[in-house]
Ligand binder design. Structure first.
Ligand code: GLC
Ligand code: MG
Length: 541
């Protein structure tokens, strides 16, 4: 088997504050994750990505790190991490951890020292500049989360500005300073030696900056600079990082968050198989529930990545954006429908999307709770805590239908965010008992993907079916599957598909075996050519 494990793996993202709580403080923790590993093994995922659990003042809930080599007491201890990793490995689960190399917390000892004055030892570890002659910030870069916020904060005592592509509490590290490179490489070694299987590298495309720090074009004003920063020096730095990680045995992986607007630009961060192993693919995270946006996004992803033999990733939801079920409801034309209809149709869409996610060529990343079909929580203004307004998708996971949903309660303590809607029945325990649930659908899909190399790593070809229905084949040798996704609210009849090649070879679908149906009835039976509204099927050709 020449292929690295991460090409065939299904990843599962854990946002530790919200996954499971072991100690009743209302905040999820490492021991909580450990106690649910068997549920993840049951689901069948291969690898976990755990969002940051390092020491942090939590202004960005852990993406503001004040010690990269220790666990925040909220989440536990290094011993808890070791125990979690050992148990995960014993269950055959790989674990990758988040690495946040672009910025530290403003409480990190390095930055505290940098604040001590212009000649302090760590001053040059961050990006300092004088004001422009008129007293304005050094350039026009805009920070994330607020299009009117400059990416610079003035430090009164030293009379200079420091750069932060995110919050003022997240000063950018200066990767032009060799000591920063060494220190951040040390962090990689620390976790590699503890046995992690790799990293998710946070805003990795931003660790290089144009040395002149030029203004962003006025036409792009209001777009955060982190979505625009794309300079050659980053690629050199990534090659060093890649060499370091590849120096460890066991096919460790780096999946990078390259938050740039064009897939072609993202593709360059794979280098020539010497930079990132994988990069997140953002267009599907924003695509509406419609045929052509999806087929365009698939074609442009493969178009941009295949020329470099770069391996794609697919993601529907994460901790930074509304969950896809919520998006497909509110952004997806269900607004005028009554509540019961909306609920039924957003469930159907989320199920069909699961079929899509698990059958595309590339590595799928699930975000915790999507296997339950969760919607975003409704967070009242008094309970909002995130500067970026991302609380809804970070709601705690409901483990069961009790009042506290499997989160232990201390006196007067509730979970840090409200639970998602309908948690009394839309929760892990209830869905585990119901073979027709979304949870079981995900489990069957993951199982099929594991049994069928065609679905994991086989060839991909679009099929022409009919307007509103996306179709494709996945083929490995003489094993071949067809996937059909009905994006419309109507029943559709489809007897065959065409490959779209010059000879328009036709593929007959009726009568082939239904391996998976997003609605479940009909699995194991011959396909009758009918697709219900928002239904997806996997057919064995
Ligand atoms: C990434 C993370 C996000 C965080 C930001 C700053 O985009 O996914 O949650 O706020 O980086 O670290
Ligand atoms: Mg806790």
């Amino acid at each position: 088997m020449g292929e690295p494990w991460w090409k065939q793996a299904v990843f599962y993202q854990i946002y530790p504050r919200s996954f499971a709580d072991s100690d009743g403080d209302g905040i999820g923790d490492l021991a909580g994750i450990r106690s649910h590993l068997s549920d993840l093994a049951w689901l069948g995922v291969d690898a976990l990505w755990i969002s940051p659990f390092y020491r942090s003042p939590m202004t960005d809930f852990g993406y503001d790190v004040s010690d990269y080599c220790d666990v925040d007491p909220l989440f536990g201890t290094l011993d808890d991490f070791d125990a979690l990793l050992a148990d995960a490995h014993a269950l055959g689960l790989k674990v990758i951890v988040d690495w946040v190399p672009n910025h530290t917390s403003d409480r990190h000892p390095w930055f505290l020292d940098a604040l001590a004055g212009r000649s302090s030892a760590h001053r040059n570890w961050y990006v300092w500049r004088d004001a422009r002659p008129d007293g304005a910030p050094p350039n026009n870069w805009v920070a994330a989360f607020d299009p009117s916020a400059p990416a610079w904060t003035f430090d009164e005592p030293s009379g200079q500005w420091y750069l932060h592509l995110f919050e003022p509490s997240q000063p950018d590290l200066n990767w032009d300073e060799p000591a920063v490179v060494d220190a951040m490489h040390e962090v990689l070694r620390f976790w590699l030696e503890r046995g992690v299987d790799g990293f998710r590298a946070d805003v990795i495309h931003a660790i290089g900056k144009d040395p002149d720090l030029p203004d962003d074009p006025p036409a792009l004003f209001g777009i955060p600079h982190c979505a625009l920063n794309d300079v050659p020096v980053t690629h050199e730095r990534l090659r060093d990082i890649r060499a370091l990680v590849d120096g460890y045995s066991g096919d460790r992986v780096i999946v990078g968050e390259v938050f740039l607007l064009s897939t072609a630009a993202v593709a360059t961060y794979y280098g020539h198989d010497d930079e990132l192993h994988l990069a997140f693919n953002f267009p599907p995270l924003f695509a509406p529930w419609m045929h052509h946006p999806w087929s365009d996004c698939i074609e442009s992803t493969y178009g941009a990545l295949d020329v470099r033999s770069a391996w794609p990733t697919w993601v529907l939801s994460n901790h930074d954006n509304p969950r896809h079920r919520t998006r497909y409801d509110f952004g997806g034309s269900l607004m005028g429908e009554n509540e019961a209809t909306r609920d039924r149709r957003s469930e159907a869409r989320a199920r069909a999307a699961a079929v899509l996610l698990m059958t595309l060529r590339g590595t799928p990343f699930l975000y915790q709770g999507e296997e339950l079909g969760l919607l975003d929580a409704i967070v009242t203004p008094e309970r909002r805590v995130d500067p970026g307004g991302r609380d809804g998708c970070r709601a705690p996971i409901p483990w069961d239908g009790t009042d506290t949903h499997g989160w232990p309660t201390g006196a007067g303590i509730e979970a840090w965010l409200p639970f998602p809607p309908d948690s009394d029945h839309r929760n892990h325990a209830d869905q585990r008992r119901d073979p027709g649930s979304m949870l079981h659908l995900y489990r069957r899909l993951i199982d099929l993907r594991h049994r069928a190399p065609a679905l994991a790593t086989g060839g991909f070809d679009l099929l022409e079916i009919t307007e509103g229905v996306l179709g494709y084949t996945r083929t490995d040798g003489d094993e071949s599957y067809a996937v059909l996704v009905n994006f419309t609210g109507q029943e559709v009849t489809t007897a065959d598909g065409s490959t779209g090649e010059p000879d328009h070879a036709s593929v007959s679908l009726v009568g082939t075996r239904v391996e998976i149906s997003s609605t479940r009835p009909g699995e194991g039976e011959p396909f009758d050519g009918l697709l219900a509204a928002d239904q997806a099927v996997v057919l064995r050709l």
